[in-house]
Design a protein around this ligand. Structure first.
Ligand SMILES: [Zn+2]
Length: 249
């Protein structure tokens, strides 16, 4: 019998018959996979903690048709503190939903896995500015899946943007300079400062980027730009983001 040893984070859970649960898991080596945890909802199950939403663990899995059966599991971090308030829980739910949306099955993606762990750590244990950390997560995730916004040249004229008031065009994924802005009524306003913050986030590594400060004005702009950009590129809207508006910004 062939077993696969991997790590995983639970992105979604769905209860099945008896006390089983089907988990959507992100694995650094296998990408997004479905894992059946048999009997995990029984109080004495050895899979009880590992089958909870957000749980990060070491897994030994048995391939079965197009899913995996959980054979052994050991918790590394349950990120239980995410459940301590609604702001943390709704933010973490959103980043799990967004990550699930972009992750592909059967394809390794170590940076995406690292980003997810860093994001969940922040939503579990971070002290302040969860809204800013969510925006950083969104931008970094888009970069990791190949949608790095163009910030050093105008997407219309190709010149280095001069001035201080630009706009951002989600369709082209980049800045429109002050000169071309008049011909771009659909662009979202973005200041030079916000574009610099975006560049810093993109240039920083995953651990560093979450420590970057973002002002209220920059957050307000990013909170318009990033959802529009994500929706444009993924051709899908992540519903759990709407809920965050009542908590963030
Ligand atoms: Zn231009």
């Amino acid at each position: 019998m062939k077993f696969v040893h991997t790590q995983g984070v639970v992105l979604r859970t769905a209860d099945r018959k008896e006390s089983d649960r089907l988990l959507t898991v992100l694995s650094p080596e296998l990408g997004r996979i479905l894992v059946l945890a048999r009997g995990c909802r029984k109080p004495k199950s050895k899979f009880l903690s590992c089958s909870q939403l957000f749980c990060y663990g070491d897994l030994i899995l048995q391939p079965y048709r197009d899913i995996y059966i959980m054979n052994q599991a050991e918790v590394r971090n349950s990120f239980f503190d995410i459940r301590s308030d609604m702001e943390r829980l709704s933010g973490a739910t959103y980043i799990a939903n967004l990550t699930e949306e972009v992750a592909t099955t059967g394809e390794n993606n170590f940076p995406l896995f690292r980003l997810l762990l860093a994001g969940l750590s922040y939503f579990a244990f971070g002290e302040k500015d969860l809204a800013g950390r969510m925006l950083i997560y969104e931008l970094k995730l888009m970069d990791l899946i190949g949608y790095r916004p163009v910030l050093d040249t105008c997407v219309i004229c190709g010149n280095h943007p001069v001035g201080s008031a630009f706009s951002f065009r989600p369709e082209q994924g980049g800045l429109v300079c002050e000169n071309c802005r008049g011909s771009d009524p659909s662009g979202i306003p973005i200041s030079r400062e916000t574009s610099r913050v975006m560049q810093k986030i993109l240039d920083a590594d995953i651990d560093e980027c979450f420590r970057l400060p973002i002002s209220l004005g920059e957050k307000e702009q990013l909170n318009r730009i990033l959802p529009a950009y994500i929706e444009q590129k993924l051709e899908n809207k992540i519903k759990s983001r709407d809920f965050l508006k009542s908590f963030f910004i």
